[in-house]
Design a protein around this ligand. Structure first.
Ligand code: PMP
Length: 426
C-alpha cells in the first residue's frame, strides 16, 4: 500500500487524540524513528523536539533498549500479574523505590499515566476511609494543571482551560486554588502561601489529598514555579492531616534537571505518580509509589486490598525496557545532557525576546517554552516547523520543546530555529 492509500485509510478510520473525526489537519506518515530523527514516508527527516510526548528521553532505537526488549520477548512477553510475579517487575519496583525520594517504598504498576493518577486517588480515598474518615474524599489542586484524560485525572485538570470544562457536573467536584506565581527563580510569595494555608484549612475535613505537578505544570500551560511552594504544601498537608500526591509523570526521570522534581524541594510526598519516560518512551507503563504508612492504612480497612488490577499490569516487556532505561540513567550522564539541553534552549531561544508576539521565554532543564500573545494555528505551525526540519506540536498560545536528552547542539539549533519561526509566522 502506498503512502497516499495509507493516509486515506488513516483519515477514514483512525481517530487521533484531541482531533475531530475525520481530522481537519492530516497526520504526517512516519516510517522510521532513529536517534532523534523521525523519517517520513515522503523522504523528509525531522528532528524531534517532542520526545514522543516527553517520553523518548534516550532517543529512538536505542541499542540498549532494543536489546532489552528483544531479549525479554524471547523469554516471556506477558503473564497475568494476579498470583504470579517475575524478575523484570520485581527489579523495576526495587529500582523505583531506590531512586525515588526517601520513604516511597511500595510500587503499584499501571498501564498509563492517567491510570496511575486514578490509582493514586484510590490509594488516598481508601486510606482515609480505612481510618474511619470517609468524608475526606475530595482532592485539592492548583488551577492550570493537567493530570490525564480519564475521569479522576480530568476532575483535577484546569477547570477553566477548555480541556475538560465540558464535563463539569459529571466529574467529581474537587477543590481548586490558584496556581503559584510563575517562575522557577521567582522568590516565593508569602501571601500566596497564606492563601494555600487558608484553603487547605477550610477544606481539611473533606480533603483526602492535595495533588499537584511539582515545579512544572505541563500540558495545562507549561508554567514553572519555585520549589518552596512544594515545601509549604508538605508542611500544610501534614499539619492538616491531608495526603500529598506529586504527579511526576512529565517531570520525572531528569527532565527538570533533577531526577524527580520533588528533589528541588527536598520533599517526599505520600504518593508519587511516574510514567512517560519510565520506559524510555518504548511502551506504555506508569506507576504509583506510596509510603508504608499509606499501604498499612489501606491494609487496616474494611476492604484491605487496593481494588485495582488491570490485565496488562506489570507487563514484562515494558518492565524490561523500563529497567534498561533506568540503567541508562544510572551513571548520571543524563545530568550533563540535560544541562546541555538547558544551555542550547536558552541560547537558541534568546532572540525570541525581541519578537513582538512573544510575551515570555522560559527554560528549565530540558524544557523550552515560548509564550505568544495569540493562539497558534496548528496547521500553519506544523507547516512552519516541518519546513525548518523539526517536529513540534504547539498548543494554544504555547510553542514548546522537550527534546530527547541525546539531542546534539545542532539538533537543538534546528528545534529552537523552528520555534522562533513559529513565533514569527504562525
Ligand atoms: N499527568 C501529567 C503531568 C501528564 O503530563 C500526563 C500526560 N501528558 C498525564 C498525567 C497522563 O499520562 P498518560 O497520557 O500516560 O495517560
Amino acid at each position: 500500500m502506498d503512502s497516499a492509500d495509507l493516509l486515506a485509510l488513516d483519515a477514514q478510520h483512525v481517530w487521533h487524540p484531541y482531533a475531530p473525526m475525520p481530522a481537519k489537519v492530516p497526520a504526517l506518515l512516519v516510517t522510521e524513528a532513529s536517534g532523534v530523527r523521525l523519517k517520513l514516508a515522503d523522504g523528509r527527516e525531522l528532528v524531534d523536539g517532542m520526545s514522543s510526548w516527553w517520553s523518548a528521553i534516550h532517543g529512538y532505537r536505542h541499542p540498549v533498549l532494543d536489546a532489552a526488549l528483544t531479549a525479554q520477548a524471547g523469554r516471556m512477553s506477558h503473564v497475568m500479574f494476579g498470583g504470579l510475579t517475575h524478575e523484570p517487575a520485581i527489579t523495576l519496583a526495587k529500582t523505583l523505590a531506590d531512586l525515588s525520594p526517601d520513604g516511597l517504598e511500595h510500587v503499584f504498576l499501571c498501564d498509563s499515566g492517567s491510570v496511575s493518577v486514578e490509582v493514586a486517588a484510590k490509594m488516598c480515598l481508601q486510606y482515609q476511609r480505612s481510618r474511619g474518615l470517609p468524608g475526606k474524599r475530595r482532592l485539592l489542586t492548583w488551577r492550570g494543571g493537567y493530570h490525564g484524560d480519564t475521569f479522576t485525572p480530568m476532575s483535577v485538570c484546569d477547570p477553566d482551560g477548555g480541556m475538560h470544562s465540558l464535563w463539569r457536573g459529571i466529574l467529581p467536584e474537587q477543590v481548586f486554588v490558584p496556581a503559584p506565581p510563575s517562575g522557577f527563580d521567582t522568590p516565593p510569595d508569602q501571601s500566596y502561601v497564606d492563601l494555600l494555608a487558608a484553603e487547605i484549612e477550610r477544606h481539611e475535613d473533606e480533603l483526602a489529598a492535595v495533588i499537584v505537578e511539582p515545579v512544572v505544570q505541563g500540558a495545562g500551560g507549561m508554567r514553572f514555579h519555585h520549589p518552596a511552594y512544594l515545601r509549604a504544601l508538605r508542611e500544610l498537608t501534614e499539619a492538616h492531616d491531608v495526603l500529598l500526591v506529586f504527579d511526576e509523570i512529565a517531570t520525572g526521570f531528569g527532565r527538570t534537571g533533577a531526577l524527580f522534581a520533588a528533589e528541588h524541594a527536598g520533599v517526599t510526598p505520600d504518593v508519587m505518580c511516574v510514567g512517560k519516560a519510565l520506559t524510555g518512551g518504548y511502551l506504555s507503563m506508569a506507576a504509583a509509589l506510596c509510603t508504608p504508612e499509606v499501604a498499612a492504612g489501606i491494609a487496616r480497612g474494611e476492604l484491605p486490598v487496593l481494588a485495582h488490577g488491570p490485565t496488562f499490569m506489570g507487563n514484562p516487556l515494558a518492565s524490561a525496557v523500563a529497567n534498561a532505561s533506568l540503567g541508562l540513567l544510572a551513571d548520571g550522564g543524563w545530568r550533563t545532557d540535560v544541562t546541555r539541553l538547558e544551555k542550547g534552549l536558552l541560547d537558541g531561544l534568546a532572540p525570541a525576546r525581541d519578537l513582538p508576539a512573544v510575551t515570555d521565554v522560559r527554560v528549565l532543564g530540558g524544557i523550552g517554552v515560548l509564550q505568544l500573545d495569540h493562539p497558534v494555528d496548528l496547521a500553519v505551525a506544523t507547516d512552519v516547523v516541518t519546513a525548518h526540519g523539526a517536529w513540534l506540536r504547539p498548543f494554544r498560545d504555547l510553542v514548546y520543546a522537550m527534546p530527547p536528552y541525546v539531542s546534539t547542539d545542532d539538533d537543538l539549533a534546528v528545534i529552537t530555529g523552528a520555534m522562533l519561526a513559529v513565533a514569527e509566522k504562525a
